[in-house]
Design a binder for this molecule. Sequence first.
Ligand SMILES: NC(=O)c1ccc[n+]([C@@H]2O[C@H](COP(=O)([O-])OP(=O)(O)OC[C@H]3O[C@@H](n4cnc5c(N)ncnc54)[C@H](OP(=O)(O)O)[C@@H]3O)[C@@H](O)[C@H]2O)c1
Length: 277
Amino acid sequence: MAINDFLHRRHHQGRQVISPGAWALVTGASSGIGLSLAHKLAERGMNLVLVARSQERLEKLADKLPVETEVLIADLSKATQRKSVAQRVRSKSLPIDLLVNNAGIWNFTPFVEMKQADLQQMISVNLLALVELTHAAVPQMVARSHGAVMNISSIAGFLPLPYEATYGATKAFVTSFSQGLYAELKESGVHVCAVAPGVTRTELHERSDGEEHVEDIPNMAWMSADEVAEISIKAVDRHDPLCVPGGVNKVMTAFLDVVPTPLARWTASKVNERRRD
Ligand SMILES: NC(=O)c1ccc[n+]([C@@H]2O[C@H](COP(=O)([O-])OP(=O)(O)OC[C@H]3O[C@@H](n4cnc5c(N)ncnc54)[C@H](OP(=O)(O)O)[C@@H]3O)[C@@H](O)[C@H]2O)c1
């Protein structure tokens, strides 16, 4: 770690963003990693704005949480609905201290078989919503010299993969965007963290009928949503720019750092081609 990164983190660690009474907005709070994050942030005393499409799930969650909550029903693939979430993010009366861009869509489909509408939906939710909400959040955070953005990426963003080309590219964008912003904002008191989980037991794979393509992934590689959420929160506390949860995922990404790119690409392609058969 560079010395000024270390000093920067020491300087800002005195003012923790994740703290009782502060407000977090979590997209995709209705299931999986977003749901676990909502529970864990509430355990830390944060008030929550819960965003997703599933009204019933969010209202049930809001009833259970021992903190102040707001439920915001929004389809983040739709520009007008992203705008209304961005409006809440910009609010000066109850400012958002932590923005969690977690909502995401995955699939494991040959590119030629994907419909334009599915591609647009994936890019809108995984990428456009994340950039627009970050753009809405950061000015008020910079003005207060306080705040953090947690962007949920994926280890799929570290290597181009067949059948996940668009998904992987959206996540490569998220990781690069987040780390660029981390560097740009680090003197401002605003922290940005990219979280890149590996396979996590959530509804993500069944939503796109992709379960059969992940079922041969060994048990040791899988993490629970609670584990990912806990590690991600600690990464924001520590002001890490990038968090790869779990030992197996860390080894995999370290492997990508040392192995020549053509070999890594060839190996990953073979793995995904076998998963597609
Ligand atoms: N699970 C994994 O193996 C894995 C691995 C690496 C990274 N990730 C990333 O982790 C994040 C969370 O995924 P997850 O695994 O927890 O999956 P999940 O259980 O399927 O949760 C996805 C969340 O995103 C919301 N969402 C989906 N489409 C939306 C839309 N159009 N508008 C608003 N919200 C929408 C869903 O809520 P509604 O359906 O109620 O709208 C849900 O709350 C994603 O960014 C994913 O790419 C997951």
